[in-house]
Structure formats: C-alpha cells, structure tokens
Design a protein around this ligand. Structure first.
Ligand code: AMP
Length: 284
C-alpha cells in the first residue's frame, strides 16, 4: 500500500474506521516530525505489531511553554514522508494547528502528580499538552497499539497511566533509545547544537553508561552513583544541569538504593541554549 497522507481529522477518522471494519489492527506512532532513526525504529516496531502503521506528524503547540522553541522547531515534511514510507508506514496524519485546536479550544487531559516533577517542574504545561494531544489522536485513530520511545521515559510513564486511567484499551509499546554511534541519544533538537556543544553533550550518555556499569558492579547507593554522574556531566561544561536522578520506573519515586527490579537514571542538561534529556533503564 502506497503512503496515504491525511490533513483533515474527518478524513483520517473515516480512513481508520474503514480499517477497523475490515478488521485491520492499527499501530499508531505519534511524532513531531523532523524524523530520524529513533522514529524509524518506532515505525518498524508498529509495522511488526499491527497490520497498518499510522504515523502522526504534528508539532503540538500545547506542549511548548511560552518561551520555548515551538516556532523554530525543525520541520521537513517531504523528507519525513519519504523516511516514513521507507520504514513501512502506511498512513501519515499531519493536521494543521487549527484542525487540532479550533478557536475557543478548552479541553485538556492531565495526569496528576508525576506530570509535575522532573520534566514537569521545568516545563509546567508540557505534559498536559502531551497527554491532551495523544488522547485526541487515540480518539481519532482508535488504534489497537501505540508505540512510544524510551527516550522520553517520563512521557511513557504518564501515557501508560492515562491509557489505564481513562480506559483507552490501547496497548502501549515502548521502544529502546536509538543512539548515534558516539552515544548521543538521537533527537530532532540535536540540530540546534554547535559542533562544540555536540561534543560536550557526549558526557550525557557517558554518565548514564557509567551508572549502568556501577550498578552492574554491585553499587546500590544511588547517591554515590549520582555524584559520579554529576562529575562526568560537569566535565562537559554544560550551561546548566536541570536534574540528574534515580527513580523506580514503575512509580517514578526517587530511589535512595538501587534495590528494585528495574531502576531508571534520568537527566536533563542544557548545552548553550539547547536542553537535552536522556536516560538509562537498568534491570537488576
Ligand atoms: P518526538 O517527535 O520527539 O515527539 O518523538 C516522537 C516519538 O519518538 C516519541 O515517542 C519519542 O520518545 C520517540 N523518540 C524520539 N527520539 C528517540 C530515540 N532516540 N530513540 C527512540 N525513540 C525516540
């Protein structure tokens, strides 16, 4: 099937309802475009777990703060469509802003508590925007499965919680972080980095891999590991460290000791004006 592109919610909804009637399972991959190999890995995963892979490309204004990069967020729709098609995507939904948020728009979905910490503490309305747009896409597409990246670990936690709390009955699948060969987690925002910042930013994955190594060696005191990580990050001369933390991925509670079945180290650090997030999930 050649790639189909829909711009209107109604057309997308109709196409998806047709697919439901012919008993096709839809795997949905929401993205903001400017696609890279991380997104491609989600598309392939969706294709492998459903009959139809549907990608959305929408730079969602509701998840950007007033002083954030909504206007200058990188966009390249033609390139995105060819990458998506190559990765086996069947349908792209790329609505205009007004299509998703008509004048007078007033309804939002919010997952309490965990949406206020870490990313939520630095980006107060961010997760409300994410959960709202994903809830809208779930209603338009009614997919059987939806695929998200571990790169945005807190987002994954909140979307799973939303799907459960609001009875969406959609299986949420999570794909591991795709990295550049030197370790930098792929991100559409990496284009903002100067050559120097790009080199400096390598300390993020180095700090996370060091944490993994220390846990594998048997260190269980999160404070000790976090201090080591902080020193590694500081060696990259970042503009600011927003947080470096160790949590239980099942609850997002801060851990003093790495004694859970899985532990998650996560960080947000700025290099120049660019804010990067990264994390590592470790199974004990
Ligand atoms: P975005 O376009 O940045 O909103 O990302 C769309 C989806 O791709 C989200 O589920 C992200 O977590 C996922 N994603 C972004 N970067 C990566 C990456 N490097 N590896 C895996 N998934 C990613």
């Amino acid at each position: 099937m050649a790639l189909q592109v829909f711009r209107s919610t109604l057309d997308m909804h109709k196409a998806c309802e047709q697919l439901h009637m012919s008993r096709k399972r839809i795997g949905l991959v929401p993205t903001m475009g400017y696609l890279h190999a991380g997104h491609v890995s989600l598309f392939r995963y969706a294709r492998a777990h459903a009959d139809i892979a549907a990608a959305t490309i929408f730079v969602n204004p509701a998840q950007f703060g007033p002083n954030e990069d909504f206007k200058r967020y990188p966009r390249d729709f033609e390139h995105d469509c060819s990458l998506a098609e190559e990765a086996g995507v069947d349908i792209v939904f790329a609505p205009a802003d007004e299509e998703m948020y008509a004048p007078g728009y007033a309804s939002y979905v919010e997952v309490e508590h965990v949406s206020k910490i870490f990313e939520g503490a630095f980006r107060p309305t961010h997760f409300r925007g994410v959960t709202t747009i994903v809830a809208k896409l779930f209603n338009i597409v009614r997919p059987q499965t939806a695929v998200f990246g571990q790169k945005d670990a807190q987002q994954v936690f909140l979307l799973k919680k939303m799907a459960l709390d609001l009875n969406f009955n959609i299986e949420i699948l999570v794909v591991p972080i795709v990295r550049e060969t030197d370790g930098l987690a792929m991100s559409s925002r990496n284009v903002y980095l100067s050559n120097t910042e790009r080199q400096q930013a390598l300390v993020l994955s180095q700090a996370l891999f060091q944490a993994q190594k220390r846990v594998q060696e048997g260190e269980r005191r999160c404070g000790v590991i976090l201090d080591e990580m902080k020193n590694i990050v500081l060696s990259g001369r970042p503009a600011q460290i927003d947080y470096i933390a160790c949590v239980d991925p099942a609850t997002f509670e801060i851990l003093e000791n790495a004694l859970k079945p899985q532990i998650l180290f996560l960080l947000a650090v700025r290099f120049g004006p660019t804010r990067l997030i990264d994390n590592i999930l470790i199974s004990l």
